[in-house]
Design a protein around this ligand. Structure first.
Ligand SMILES: C[S@@+](CC[C@H](N)C(=O)[O-])C[C@H]1O[C@@H](n2cnc3c(N)ncnc32)[C@H](O)[C@@H]1O
Length: 277
């Protein structure tokens, strides 16, 4: 850790903040250092100082840059993460709020490996089986091409599938497959889930392509890493892309307090959801 001096730390933390908005400061310096260790091995450098010297001599190429940014982001996710949010979606949002709508447009911004949109698609399929048959479109976006590749494949490891998903839903909506990369079986989402889902690379800090408007936007567990300015900017742009009285769903530790006046707060069970005024 000694070799991770102020210059080197500042170089990496500035690069990461500029490109992703994620802030590393003195308090999480060690976290960044440990995250960079795998990358250093992968790039065949003995230590961080050698990587740093190489960057000084030769500059940073695009693929190394993407790897650094990918290393610095936290991709933690799971099926039905924060189940109350999905209770709201299943019992209130779809059957009541969207009762009269022809089609529901849903955006999972910062979707990581896709467990969140696949959870929503399973809920839509379960509702359909109960006679609430709504057409919908689900867009999943993330800054990282790597996680999007997995999300688009709809393939989850044994460990991933076991996190948050009941055996019943797993059997119903996933088929067991064997991949070349693991001796354990993996699980692939059935077409019923993926048919209405698309994934796109999108950096929340950059200009967004034309992705249409949405009835509900999930942006969970990503704004927490952003500066206040970035949060305000992203939330203002979400407000513009929401249909009238649309919902914005943030992570359990995130709130809009002092960030936006565009939303009403509504409580559902013990969660707070944000609704466009
Ligand atoms: C902790 S995961 C959250 C996944 C999911 N929303 C959930 O709550 O389970 C955060 C995701 O945000 C993505 N991310 C980080 N910075 C981003 C940015 N500037 N634009 C888009 N996605 C970003 C990361 O790649 C990562 O996949």
């Amino acid at each position: 850790m000694e070799e991770f001096n102020d210059n080197i730390f500042k170089y990496f933390s500035n690069l990461i903040e500029k490109e992703t908005g994620i802030q590393y400061d003195e308090t999480n310096k060690f976290l960044l250092f440990s995250r960079l260790q795998n990358l250093i091995k992968f790039l065949n450098f003995p230590d961080i100082l050698s990587l740093w010297n190489d960057i000084q001599r030769n500059g940073l190429n695009q693929s190394a840059k993407l790897l650094i940014l990918d290393t610095a982001t936290n991709n933690e996710t799971s099926f039905f993460r924060d189940p109350k949010v999905f209770d709201f979606f299943k019992s209130h949002f779809v059957p009541k709020i969207m009762e009269k709508s022809e089609k529901i447009r849903i955006w999972c911004a910062a979707t990581s490996t896709g467990q969140e949109p696949y959870t929503l698609a399973m809920i839509m399929a379960e509702l359909k089986a109960k006679g609430i048959n709504k057409s919908y479109e689900l867009l999943g976006t993330d800054i990282s091409e790597r996680v999007l590749k997995q999300a688009s494949s709809g393939i989850f490891s044994q460990l991933e599938i076991q996190r948050g998903l009941s055996a019943n839903l797993m059997i119903k909506y996933f088929e067991q497959i064997i991949t070349e990369t693991s001796s354990l079986p993996s699980y692939k989402a059935k077409p019923e889930l993926s048919t209405f889902m698309t994934f796109k690379q999108l950096n929340l800090l950059h200009d967004w392509p034309n992705i249409g408007t949405f009835d509900i936007i999930f942006c969970r567990n990503v704004l927490i890493y952003q500066s206040v300015e970035n949060k305000k900017n992203i939330i203002a742009r979400f407000a513009k892309l929401l249909n009238p009285r649309g919902y914005l769903i943030l992570g359990g530790a995130e709130s809009l307090l002092q960030l936006s006046n565009d939303f009403d707060f509504e409580t559902y069970g013990n969660i707070c959801v944000h609704r466009l005024k």
